[in-house]
Design a protein around this ligand. Structure first.
Ligand code: GLV
Length: 388
């Protein structure tokens, strides 16, 4: 067992153990990948204020997200095709999150279904919804999430059409993989992935296959989104979805203060400042740079969370000290899952927790709730000065 000291260690193992097609899927941004890169590099611009001679005993990273207790302000983000990174990946990630005490968000585009995850866990998880043209199917999905006792509906707003990720097209991404010469050559080097996958509960999109008729290609994310996703989604429809759900709603993909105000108007319980991990609008601001203006617009009226770019506990601390009430990790736990299944997700959470706790102590804080701008050195013009 290799010594894991940081998320980059898990990423290296992920690359070596998982078929290239799925590693690339996780590790892509759209087009030039500028936003994907800046999501992480912009965190580096923020520096921390070191404080000393503060009693650092009795530290706590525990807090709440949408009124739910969390061991640290970190949730597992919805990630499509998680069950292709490791056999029964959604079940394993959800179990690791539950044991750690952080929320797990199941993607509509998951391999394990809502019911599979509900059966394998004992506490409520969150369900992420993509809206489709087939409104009956969307209503059935919402009902299934209610039956599974999901405690929040996370509605993604920034993917009505799919951003182009070059590698997915070149690799012919599909779930399960189509057995071309190129794919077979790569699979031949990933034996343990293949053997585990043969034993997996599912290898297709579990929330779709068997739940909708007349699909032309249910194995391709690109084909499914182009054919089924609802390009006419607007704020009225979002308000109706919220009503249909009747529980806590988190709106994901807000990157602009004007949209944050609209989210407030439809009564979101929380919003997630996110650019979909740089996978949608390339050229958009990184999430951490977009965060301050959104906090200024709505931060005192709605819970603001941040996703995209978090790879360490220091990143979590920076986002929270900036004013986010919670953060999400996507790739950071997917690396762990691809590297070694459920223990790998636990390892990713442990790494991030340890980094958060130690950084908090060295900043002279003992409670995550006390983090604030006093802990940060934010460069002037961090958000950018843009012409009208
Ligand atoms: C879908 O969720 C994607 O970003 O690929």
């Amino acid at each position: 067992m290799p010594v894991i000291t940081n998320i980059a260690d898990l990423k290296r193992l992920h690359a070596s153990r998982v078929p290239r097609m799925f590693y690339d899927y996780a590790e892509s941004g759209s087009w030039t990948e500028q936003t994907f890169r800046e999501n992480t590099s912009d965190f580096d611009q923020i520096r921390l204020r070191q404080r000393v001679a503060v009693d650092m005993t009795g530290r706590s990273t525990a807090t709440q997200m949408i009124g739910q207790d969390v061991a640290m302000p970190v949730a597992l983000a919805p990630v499509g095709l998680t069950g292709m990174q490791h056999a029964d990946g959604e079940i394993k990630a959800a179990r690791a999150a539950e044991a750690f005490g952080v929320p797990y968000t199941l993607s509509t585009m998951s391999i394990n279904s809502i019911e599979d995850v509900a059966e394998a866990t004992t506490k409520p998880f969150w369900f992420q919804l993509y809206t489709m043209k087939d409104t009956d199917y969307v209503s059935r999905l919402i009902q299934r999430a209610k039956d599974a006792k999901c405690s929040a509906l996370v509605i993604t707003l920034d993917l009505q059409i799919l951003g182009q990720r070059h590698k997915d097209l070149k690799n012919g991404l599909s779930a399960p993989p189509k057995l071309t010469v190129k794919t077979l050559a790569n699979l031949a080097t990933k034996w343990s992935w293949g053997i585990e996958m043969l034993r997996a509960q599912r290898r297709e999109f579990g929330n779709i296959v068997g739940h909708v008729d007349g699909i032309s290609d249910a194995s391709s994310l690109g084909a499914w989104t182009a054919e089924q996703f609802d390009p006419s989604l607007d704020w009225d429809k979002i308000a109706k979805l919220k009503e249909e759900w009747g529980g806590k709603v988190i709106l994901k993909g807000i990157l602009d203060a004007e949209d944050a105000k609209m989210a407030l108007k439809v009564g979101a319980d929380a919003i997630i400042v996110s650019n979909h991990g740089g996978r949608q609008l390339d050229g958009a601001l990184s999430s951490i740079r977009a965060l301050p203006s959104i906090l200024e617009a709505v931060g005192d009226q709605v819970e603001v969370h941040l996703d995209s770019g978090i790879r360490s506990g220091q990143d979590v601390l920076k986002a929270v000290a900036m004013g986010a009430k919670g953060t999400y990790i996507g790739r950071a736990y997917i690396y762990g899952l691809g590297a070694m299944g459920q223990p790998g997700v636990t390892e990713a959470l442990n790494v991030i927790h340890k980094e958060l706790d130690t950084t908090m102590a060295l900043c002279g804080e003992v409670n995550v709730a006390d983090l604030g701008r006093q802990n940060l050195l934010v460069p002037q013009d961090f958000e950018g000065r843009w012409q009208d």
